[in-house]
Design a protein around this ligand. Structure first.
Ligand code: PLP
Length: 406
């Protein structure tokens, strides 16, 4: 038989499977309480409203909604998105600055394709979103990690790193940040630090990739302007998605960038998939036009806030002493760091035996660290299963701790 592997490109050889997607397969077992995926709660999906909207779309726009669309996306949807982004503080934009993509994941891949030659450096957080790491690594880049604190990416350390790289004649291409309810750490970067980050990008002539899927899932904190709001030089590519506020099955997200960068991304996307799903674009557009989106976001927040509370309270009740866990003010994740001596990747096997799943911290670290951390999703499971799952996990941790020699 032919050895197909020998025919693969160097790039394909270096591609790694996503730890999370593999974990999601394990977590399919209905007996396992899964805190692993970043899944919205299926009870949040507005099925009845969408049923009516689909009927309206078919009746009023069926011929367009079932046809190929332009690569950039349905103009009315782009205009709606631009209008909403302006309300959030992003200045001087129109629908021309908006590109509709097939999930933010596609935007991350597009960014990698546009900016990264093999060996190029890009900066990411420690920890950061695994899908970002995988997308950028598939272009054979070197990812440099900058630690986070309770206010997100440490821009002071970023500045140090950039100066150090400069001495070695290395200019990174971009900084990738998830500044609001970060995945996985749940932290928010305050406005002052956002401005500082833009100043640094201006000084070192870098692009900022601002990934914001969770900004609208706010439970007890104020709205904070996106980094893009402070970008006067057109060097921030902002991206957000309908995945967490409507449906991930739609595969619908968007970027907001300068017209120059948007043009480049459009050309890139032409080769990827010609256009984003036209049908779901029309549905999302009608959903916004009817004023249903903000109402729906409010409902999701009302559903997730108590889940966040159940998770945090259960952690406090069932986890043995010595862990650290901040209370996230939004998003979908709690991030826990356990005492020394525990490796959450190894502990995962015991967790699965006890029918509970999470994502281990190393998956989010480009420096091989994070072995004591784990990410727990609180949006997907019922309140009862959250408490039961955390109880099981507490027992697993207790057992692991008692096996550590003193
Ligand atoms: C930070 C971050 N970026 C991007 C994505 C991908 O989102 P999408 O469903 O729009 O591809 C996710 C999904 O969990 C995410 O957490």
């Amino acid at each position: 038989m032919t050895n197909i592997e020998r025919l693969y490109s160097d790039r394909a050889g270096k591609m790694r499977k996503s730890v999370i997607r593999e974990l999601l397969k394990v977590a399919q077992d209905p007996e396992i309480i899964s805190f692993a995926g970043g899944l919205p709660n299926p009870d949040s999906f507005p099925i009845d409203t969408l049923n009516d909207i689909i009927e309206t779309v078919m009746r009023t726009n069926g011929k367009k909604a079932l046809q190929y669309g332009t690569t950039k996306g349905v103009p009315e949807l782009r205009d709606h998105i631009a209008e909403r982004a302006q309300k959030d503080g992003i200045k001087d934009i129109t629908g021309e600055n908006v590109l509709i993509v097939s999930g933010s994941q596609q935007a991350l891949d597009t960014v990698g394709k546009i900016f990264l030659n093999p060996g190029d450096v890009a900066i990411v957080g420690l920890p950061t979103y695994l899908g970002g790491i995988n997308a950028f690594r598939s272009y054979e880049s070197n990812l440099e990690g900058i630690p986070l604190d309770k206010d997100g990416l440490r821009v002071d350390l970023l500045e140090e790193k950039l100066n150090e790289l400069k001495k070695n004649d290395i200019t990174p291409k971009f900084i990738y940040v998830v500044p609001t309810f970060q995945n996985p750490a749940g932290v928010v970067m305050p406005e002052k630090r956002r401005k500082h980050l833009v100043d640094i990008a201006n000084e070192f002539d870098l692009v900022i990739i601002e990934d914001d899927p969770y900004g609208k899932l706010r439970y007890d904190s104020d709205h904070i302007k996106p980094i893009k709001a402070f970008d006067d030089e057109g060097r921030v590519i902002y991206m957000s998605t309908f995945s967490k506020i409507l449906s991930p099955g739609f595969r619908l997200a968007w970027t907001i960038a300068s017209e120059e960068l948007t043009r480049k991304m459009v050309i890139c996307k032409q080769a990827l998939d010609l256009c984003t799903n036209t049908f779901t674009q029309f549905i999302a557009n009608e959903f916004i036009r009817q004023g249903a989106l903000d109402l729906h976001i409010m409902k999701i927040c009302q559903m997730y806030k108590p889940k966040r509370d159940v998770m945090i309270e259960s952690i406090q009740k069932y986890f043995p002493e010595g862990y650290e866990c901040n209370k996230p003010h939004g998003g979908m994740f709690a991030w826990v760091t356990l005492p020394k001596g525990i490796d959450t990747e190894i502990m995962f096997l015991d967790a699965i035996k006890n029918k509970v799943a999470y994502v281990h911290g190393k998956a989010f670290h480009v420096d091989g660290k994070g072995e004591r951390s784990l990410r727990l999703n609180f949006s997907y499971s019922s309140d009862e299963r959250i408490e039961e799952g955390i109880k099981r996990l507490g027992m697993v941790i207790e057992e692991k701790l008692s096996a550590i020699p003193v």
